[in-house]
Design a protein around this ligand. Structure first.
Ligand code: GCW
Length: 678
C-alpha cells in the first residue's frame, strides 16, 4: 500500500527574497561539516541532505566528519556539533545560531542534533533568512510517547484510518512505511512508541517470546536510528497465559522469577527496548486485584524486573468498575482512578510511571482535568490524551484538539500549600513541580495504513500538534496549526487563513452540535460515532446523563457523589458551587433544571437548542470555506477533505435533531425561535 509523506512532503521554496542579503542560502547550506559521530548523527546528516535538496534545490557536500574535526572551514557552511559546554541546553535540546560565517546546529545529544535538523527544515520551508536564526529549544517533557492501539490481526482499536502498518494476520510487518513513519515521528520530537494495543489479547501476549523477539529487534533498530525507543504492552497474566504458572500474583516468588527470566531474555535480544505499558484491572484485563493486591504491588513487581536494564514500567490508571448498575447513584466512575491510586502515592519504584487520562472519565469533548494531577506528588506521571478522536469526530468530523490539550496543560492543580507556587499539569508532567524525571505525555495515535495516514487529511494536524506540544508547550495552538499548514498544504495566504480558521473553531463547533456542557457520551454504543442519547443510559459503563422532565446532569458535589472533593482547594469549592463552576462543565458537576438561567441570560434548554442549531450552521460554513480552496491545494487532499465535510454535515444534522428532539420531548419547552424540532 502506498503512503504520502505528510508534513515531510518538502517542496522547493522561492529564495529570491533572500537574494539581496549578504550570504547565499544555497551556498551556505551546500557545505556541511559534521563534528560528531553516531548512528543518529548519520540520520541527521541524511535528513539534512534531504531537506536541503528538496527545499533549497541544492546538493550538499559533506566536508569533514568525525568527533575530532575542529578547524573552522574557510567558506560559509553549516556545522553540526555535539557540545557539553552549553549550560542552557537540556537533554535533547538544541541551538541554532550563526557565527563566523557558519550556521551552527549544536546539541548535547545525538537526538538533539536530529531535532535541530528538523527545526531547520521548518525554518527553510518558512523561507526565512537562515543567518538570522538564533534559537535555543529544550523539550519540555522527557517522555514524548505515542501509543498505538494496534492488534496483531491488523485491526486497530478505535482506529479510523485503515489497518495497522505494524501487524497483519499475526505477523510483524517490515516495510518502507515503518521508516517513513519513524521519520515523521522523530521530526516532531517523539522519542517513545508503543506498537501494540493496551488490550493485550491472546496473540499479542506472545510478543515477549522468541516467536517475535527477532522481529521486534529489527523495529528497535529502525526506531533507534531516529532516537526513538520501542515499547510494548504486556499481559499482566502472561505468567499464566504463556508461562506455565497457575498464578499471576505479583507477590508470588514464582511469578517474580518468571518475569525476571522473561525480561532478561527480552533484553538479551532487544537491548534497546524502552519498557512495558500495562492496562490492568480495567475493562476485563487481568490485574493484581484478583489476588487481593494493590496496583502498586502489580506495577512494582514488573518495574523491578525491568530496572536492571534501564527499562520503564508504565502503568495505566484507567481502572474503574465497568459493571455498574445504572440504578446505583452513589458509585461514580469519575471517582475511581483517584480512589484507587491516591493513597499509593510515593509507593512506586523509581522506574514506574503512572499514565493518567486527561479527564476522570474517558476522552470526551469536554471534561475537567483528572484530580490525580495535583493529587499525586511523589509519583512519576504521564498525561494520556487521545489523538484518535474516538468521541471527537473520529477523523470524519474535523476537530482540532491542540486547544483542548493546551487548556489541560495550563490547568492549575494547586498541589502546593503555598498557592503561589505553580503546579499546573504542565509543571507536573514536565517534571518541574515535583522534580520527577520520568514524566511526559502519551498520545493514543490516529494513524493507520490509509494513504494519508490519518483518514481525514486535516486530522494529521492533531498528530503533528501533539508532538510539537510535548516539545514546545509554549507554542500557541494557532502557531502549531500554521506551521502544519505551511509544511503540509501551502503557505498561500488564503489557504493559511481559511484552514487556520476552520481548525481554530472546529472544537467549539463540534461541541455545539454534540453533547452539552460537559455531560459526555450520548453516542451510538460500541462505535461511539453519532448520537444516541440513551445509548448508554441503562448500561453498565457508569456513563449517565440522568435526564428527566425537569433537568439533567450528574450531581458530583459533596451532596451528590462527592467527586468535587477530590480536587485541591480552591478548585474543589469552585466546582462544588453551581455559581462558580465553569459553565462549560456545568452538567458534569451539577444536576441542572431546564429553566435555569445561564450566564448568557438563556435558559439551559434554550442554550441546548441554540448551540445545536448554531453548530450545524458552522459546519455549513466550514464546508463552504473549504470549497473555495479548489486549485489552491493538492487536488487529492481537496477531494478527500471535501468528502469528510459531507459526512460531518450529515453527522451534525443528526446530532442536532436527535438532541433537540429528545430534550424537547423530555421538557416540553418550546424553542423561543420556533425552529423545526421533531
Ligand atoms: O475509551 C475506551 C475505549 C477502549 C479503550 C479504553 C482504554 C483500548 O473505548 O476501546 O481500550 O478506553 O483506554 O483502555
Amino acid at each position: 500500500m502506498s503512503y504520502g509523506k505528510g508534513w515531510l512532503a518538502y517542496h522547493k521554496i522561492k529564495t529570491e527574497k533572500n537574494d539581496s542579503r549578504q550570504i547565499s542560502i544555497q551556498k551556505l547550506c551546500s557545505f556541511l561539516t559534521v563534528r560528531a559521530k553516531g548512528k543518529i548523527i548519520d540520520t541527521a546528516v541524511e535528513e539534512y541532505r534531504t531537506a536541503a535538496e528538496q527545499i533549497l534545490g541544492i546538493t550538499v557536500t559533506v566536508n569533514e566528519r568525525g568527533s575530532s574535526v575542529s578547524k573552522q572551514p574557510a567558506v560559509p557552511g553549516v556545522i553540526f556539533e555535539l557540545t557539553e559546554k552549553a549550560p542552557d541546553l537540556k537533554k535533547d535540546g538544541f541551538r541554532i545560531f550563526f557565527a563566523e560565517n557558519q550556521l551552527f546546529l549544536s546539541a548535547n545529544t545525538e537526538s538533539g542534533l536530529l531535532y535541530a535538523v528538523f527545526e531547520l527544515a521548518r525554518r527553510m520551508m518558512d523561507g526565512i533568512y537562515l543567518p538570522d536564526l538564533d534559537i535555543t529549544t529544550n523539550p519540555a517533557m522527557n517522555l514524548r510517547m505515542i501509543n498505538h492501539w494496534d492488534n496483531m490481526d491488523g485491526s486497530i482499536e478505535r482506529g479510523y484510518s485503515g489497518n495497522s502498518f505494524f501487524f497483519k494476520e499475526g505477523q510483524i510487518l517490515h516495510s518502507d512505511r515503518i521508516h517513513a513513519y519513524v521519520r515523521l515521528m522523530a521530526s516532531i520530537g517523539i522519542n517513545a512508541i508503543v506498537i501494540n494495543n493496551v488490550n493485550v489479547h491472546e496473540r499479542e501476549s506472545y510478543l515477549i517470546t522468541d516467536k517475535y523477539l527477532d522481529s521486534l529487534k529489527k523495529y528497535a533498530d529502525v526506531f533507534a536510528a531516529y532516537g526513538i525507543q520501542l515499547y510494548i504492552c504486556v499481559n499482566f497474566a502472561a505468567s499464566i497465559d504463556i508461562g506455565s504458572l497457575p498464578t499471576a500474583d505479583p507477590l508470588s516468588g514464582d511469578v517474580i522469577s518468571w518475569w525476571q527470566d522473561t525480561v532478561r531474555h527480552i533484553y538479551d535480544i532487544v537491548p534497546e527496548l524502552g519498557g512495558f505499558v500495562v492496562k490492568a484491572d480495567s475493562e476485563g484485563r487481568p490485574g493484581p486485584f484478583t489476588y487481593g493486591r494493590t496496583q502498586a504491588d502489580g506495577a512494582n513487581m514488573l518495574g523491578r524486573a525491568l530496572k536492571p536494564y534501564g527499562g520503564l514500567l508504565i502503568w495505566r490508571c484507567f481502572v474503574y468498575n465497568c459493571g455498574q448498575d445504572w440504578r446505583d447513584r452513589k458509585t461514580d466512575r469519575a471517582k475511581a482512578s483517584y480512589d484507587y491510586f491516591k493513597d499509593l502515592d510515593g509507593s512506586f519504584e523509581e522506574n514506574v510511571i503512572l499514565q493518567i487520562k486527561n479527564g476522570p472519565m474517558d476522552f470526551q469533548i469536554r471534561e475537567p482535568v483528572s484530580p490525580l494531577f495535583g493529587g499525586l506528588k511523589n509519583t512519576n506521571s504521564i498525561l494520556e490524551v487521545q489523538i484518535a478522536g474516538e468521541y471527537t469526530g473520529q477523523q470524519k468530523d474535523v476537530c482540532y484538539l491542540v486547544p483542548m490539550w493546551k487548556e489541560i496543560l495550563e490547568f492549575e492543580t494547586y498541589a502546593f500549600s503555598d498557592k503561589d507556587k505553580s503546579s499546573t499539569v504542565r509543571d507536573i508532567v514536565s517534571g518541574n513541580a515535583f522534580r520527577n524525571i520520568n514524566c511526559g505525555m502519551a498520545g493514543v495515535t490516529n494513524t493507520g495504513n490509509d494513504y494519508n495516514w490519518t483518514g481525514n487529511d486535516l486530522a494529521a494536524v492533531n498528530l503533528y500538534g501533539y508532538g510539537r506540544l510535548c516539545f514546545c508547550p509554549d507554542m500557541t495552538a494557532e502557531q502549531i496549526a500554521r506551521e502544519w499548514i505551511t509544511m503540509t498544504l501551502s503557505s498561500d495566504s488564503q489557504v493559511m487563513n481559511t484552514v487556520t480558521n476552520i481548525l481554530m473553531h472546529s472544537r467549539s463547533t463540534y461541541e455545539k452540535y454534540t453533547v452539552p456542557l460537559g455531560i459526555g457520551w450520548m453516542v451510538t454504543p460500541h462505535s461511539h460515532y453519532g448520537p444516541d442519547v440513551d445509548g448508554y443510559e441503562y448500561d453498565k459503563w457508569g456513563t449517565y446523563h440522568r435526564a428527566d422532565r425537569n433537568g439533567l446532569g450528574v450531581d458530583r458535589t459533596k451532596k451528590g457523589t462527592g467527586f468535587t472533593a477530590q480536587y485541591n482547594e480552591p478548585n474543589a469549592s469552585m466546582y462544588n458551587n453551581m455559581d462558580t463552576c465553569p459553565e462549560e462543565l456545568l452538567l458534569f458537576f451539577h444536576r441542572v433544571r431546564y429553566d435555569k438561567v445561564l450566564k448568557t441570560g438563556k435558559t439551559l434548554i434554550q442554550h441546548i437548542y441554540d448551540t445545536h442549531f448554531e453548530g450545524v450552521e458552522e459546519v455549513k460554513n466550514m464546508r463552504k470555506e473549504w470549497a473555495a480552496l479548489e486549485n489552491k491545494i493538492p487536488e487529492d487532499v481537496f477531494r478527500r477533505v471535501g468528502e469528510r465535510f459531507e459526512m460531518q454535515m450529515q453527522n451534525a444534522v443528526e446530532w442536532r435533531d436527535r438532541i433537540n428532539t429528545y430534550f424537547y420531548r423530555m421538557s416540553g419547552a418550546k424553542d423561543e425561535k420556533g425552529r423545526k424540532i421533531y
